[in-house]
Design a protein around this ligand. Structure first.
Ligand code: PMV
Length: 323
């Protein structure tokens, strides 16, 4: 029986991924850039079971919702195809990200699953190929394989992977406004945005340029430029999404209040720039020096958690012989 356990952390995009060029292969319409967190890890164990009639999934000690099980089964089908195996697996995952709150629980989830499943099925994949595999589970998971500050390249199946890039030391403060389920998942919201938002072509064009600007700012260690690009790109993504029909709006009044408070912190001389994913929570990009002051200043607006830059996905254990 082959069993492998892996851990992965979420990442927060500085330049967002919003929309696929190819849904089947999960190829993004644009590149994106992220910072991996060192909080909210997901730990996943994959155990092959020659006697099982189907894959199973236990999430945080309980039965997983049907949708999550289906996505895991479809992902394991890809791994089995690559490994030439027909054996099913038992997947046990402990996810410490508030699920579905727009904090990319799918990123750490599928990065950990890809790493554990590849090892359990005996695939010896490079970081690049693990990142390509994780991409098929969830786009943002591509960037949780390398961790750190990473770019996920747009391109064809071979070229669309994530890798680390040089960048100055960074930290984030996660301001959780709501840990509840989000109203509409990113897959459906992306489809609707592409199909109906008149702003979508401009999003693709501007974000393609912003990725290059962000990589240059990271290489130059220009934190102010990194920050202003981060906040601008997040607001452009939300504007594009709000342009869908029927409209989708993830930010609520409390989210907007955090954006305003962050602008106030900047006026006071702190390094702080706001971003938000597909949910109401706001994440503040800051420096390791300022993270404590930023967290203290925002504590009245939500639950705050500080994070440094996190590691890539990695195996904790892998053992056993083929059943
Ligand atoms: O691949 P998903 O479903 O995790 O989509 C991620 C979308 C955003 O979090 C909003 C942006 C991003 O680049 O992480």
């Amino acid at each position: 029986m082959m069993t492998a356990t892996a851990v992965a952390h979420p990442n927060i995009a500085l330049v967002k991924y919003w929309g696929k060029a190819d849904a089947q292969l999960a190829l993004p319409a644009t590149g994106s850039v992220s910072m991996g967190l060192d909080v909210f890890p997901t730990t996943t164990t994959v155990t092959l079971d020659g006697a099982a009639a189907a894959d199973s999934l236990v999430l945080n000690g309980g039965a997983a919702p049907d949708g999550a099980l289906l996505r895991v089964q479809q992902f394991l089908d890809l791994v089995r195809q690559a490994a030439g195996s027909s054996v099913h697996a038992a997947v046990v995952s402990e996810n410490t990200v508030p699920t579905g709150a727009g904090l990319a629980s799918s990123a750490s989830g599928f990065a950990a699953l890809a790493t554990a499943a590849a090892a359990a099925y005996g695939l010896d994949l490079s970081e690049r190929d693990l990142s390509r595999l994780a991409r098929r589970g969830s786009g943002s998971a591509t960037r949780s394989i390398p961790g750190g500050v990473a770019v996920w390249h747009a391109g064809d199946d071979q070229a669309s992977f994530a890798e680390r890039v040089p960048a100055p030391p960074m930290a984030m403060v996660v301001v959780t406004i709501s840990a509840g389920e989000k109203a509409i998942g990113s897959r459906e919201a992306m489809r609707r945005t592409i199909a109906t938002s008149p702003f979508y072509p401009a999003w693709v064009e501007s974000t393609t340029a912003t990725v290059d600007d962000m990589l240059a700012a990271c290489a130059a260690g220009d934190f102010a430029r990194i920050g202003e690009l981060t906040e601008s790109n997040a607001l452009r993504m939300h504007a594009t999404i709000e342009g869908a029909f029927p409209p989708i709006r993830y930010l609520n009044a409390r989210s907007v209040a955090v954006f305003d408070a962050v602008a106030g912190l900047r006026a006071d001389g702190l390094t702080a720039y706001a971003t938000a994913d597909a949910g109401p929570n706001v994440v503040v990009l800051t420096t390791p020096e300022d993270r404590g002051a930023v967290a203290a200043a925002l504590a009245d607006l939500g639950d705050v958690i500080e994070s440094g830059t996190g590691p890539g996905a990695h195996l904790l254990r892998s053992e056993g012989t083929e059943a």
